[in-house]
Design a protein around this ligand. Structure first.
Ligand code: GDP
Length: 442
């Protein structure tokens, strides 16, 4: 996400940081470069101009010229202004005071509306809110089926009237059903077109009248560049949208256009779509995103991600083992590895740490096969051996090697790693009492 933009900005700043003192011409030159980088990343022209104006006002003041580390001051100013360009603060989903909360998904065809409906339904369900989805994209029969499949995957009922094209009628009946079933959240997937057209907008306006939604979320394909900004503006003019979801932000498109949507519409970005799968949804935090773009890391999001991804029960079991009386064995080792794997590719995690950029990660090769091999090795051991790895003599290792098809050297390496981890766990136990308990430390 924004790798190029991020790396180029870092290039400008590292140049400036190397100088002890900054003169006005140096700062002006730096600002010109920042402007060029933003435009190259496809950030909207007007948005860039406003942004640069504000940065310039602050940067040419006393604060920077007389600062002890002027380069660092400049980063701070850009961080503040990027945050405000992205919406200032997090804007969570609005829930209606009287349920059900109605969410209307709108956007062009292929933007990711249906997928995002499924992702939000999953999130709502996980937050213990009784949720329903409604298929109002009646012109594309596959869309109804797609929504039904998603509903099955997340365990959320889907209301549809296959064959009917009476969108407003469907919406009305779905809403009545949701009220009588006491649903908390109802998500309406609506039709999209390839471009904005009047007929579609009329239909959406009628739907809005009937549904009185708490949220009209405009779903924008983050990859399509400047056009997405115009489309957002068109939908906002017609429907007065309440928020934006940027999808496909897992790709490495320039992405700057997407960053301009708030600047142009004034409507907050609420979520990012970061994958085709249902767990590919991130809350959008302007300040954290600014931090990520400026390579200051996003440790908060990382911690939240970990909390969501770790199986709480298993994590608690592991914590008891680490902190309590139990002995850390190879089964626990495997469990810990599996939990970390739930977090997704290691490269993506590392990028959330301060000071880590994509250039540094070029040399980090994470072999996805490695986890499979470790699983194969450990599952080829007997229960006894997993509990007491010290009984793994040479002949046993040869047997395991035959069982799992991996060379003995790999088994030796794994056992070395395991020993290291066991040592580490012992040290952790030594620290017990100095650390807060029950913090869910996996
Ligand atoms: P709709 O026509 O607006 O309902 O769009 P769909 O939900 O059918 O999505 C269109 C395509 O985009 C599908 O292939 C989705 O899998 C894909 N897609 C949606 N969201 C994301 C995302 O966040 N990341 C990626 N990589 N693909 C996505």
């Amino acid at each position: 996400m924004f790798d190029q933009l991020s790396d180029k900005l870092e290039g400008v700043f590292s140049g400036l940081r190397q100088r002890g003192v900054l003169t006005e011409p140096m700062i002006r030159e730096g600002l010109r470069e920042i402007r060029r980088v933003l435009l190259e990343a496809d950030v909207n022209f007007q948005v860039t101009r406003d942004f640069m104006k504000r940065v310039e006002e602050k940067a040419l003041g006393e604060r920077v010229l007389k600062a002890v580390s002027p380069g660092q001051q400049l980063v701070k100013i850009v961080h503040e202004e990027l945050t405000s360009m992205l919406g200032e603060r997090r804007s969570p989903l609005a829930l209606a005071p009287i349920p059900p909360t109605v969410i209307m998904m709108v956007g062009l065809q292929g933007s990711g509306k249906t997928t995002t409906a499924g992702k939000i339904a999953r999130k709502m369900k996980r937050e213990m809110r009784q949720t329903r989805m409604v298929a109002c994209d009646v012109y594309r029969p596959a869309a109804v089926e797609q929504l039904q499949t998603l509903g099955e995957q997340v365990g959320v009922p889907v209301y549809a009237e296959p064959g009917s094209q009476d969108v407003v009628g469907i919406a009305r009946r779905a809403l009545e059903l949701a009220q009588s079933e006491r649903d908390r959240v109802v998500i309406f997937d609506t039709a999209g077109r390839l471009q904005i057209d009047e007929q579609l907008m009329d239909e959406l306006k009628r739907l809005k009248e009937v549904l009185k939604p708490a949220e009209i979320l405009f779903v924008a394909d983050g990859m399509i560049g400047q056009e997405s900004v115009n489309v957002a503006k068109g939908f906002d003019d017609a429907l007065d949208i309440t928020g934006v979801v940027l999808t496909k932000m897992d790709g490495d498109a320039r992405g700057g256009a997407a960053l301009s949507i708030y600047g142009v519409t004034g409507k907050p970005i609420k979520f990012l779509g970061v994958g085709e799968k249902l767990d590919g949804l991130e809350e959008f935090h302007p300040e954290r995103m600014a931090g990520r773009i400026l390579q200051q890391g996003d440790v908060l999001s990382l911690v939240e991600k970990a909390q969501r991804s770790f199986d709480q029960e298993e994590a608690a079991k592991l914590e008891r083992k680490v902190m309590g009386a139990g002995r850390f064995d190879l089964d626990d080792f495997l469990m810990a590895l599996r939990q970390f794997q739930n977090l997704g590719p290691l490269e993506n995690l590392l990028k959330m740490l301060p000071g880590v950029n994509s250039k540094m990660l070029k040399n980090v090769k994470v072999d996805p096969q490695r986890m499979k091999h470790i699983e194969a090795i450990i599952t080829s051991m007997t229960k006894q051996e997993r509990k007491r790895p010290e009984m793994l003599t040479g002949s046993r290792r040869v047997r395991i090697s035959r069982g799992c098809g991996r060379p003995v050297s790999e088994i030796n390496r794994l056992l070395e790693q395991f020993k290291e981890m066991q040592k580490f766990m012992k040290q952790m136990k030594g620290l017990q009492g100095m650390m807060p308990r029950g913090g869910g430390m996996p």
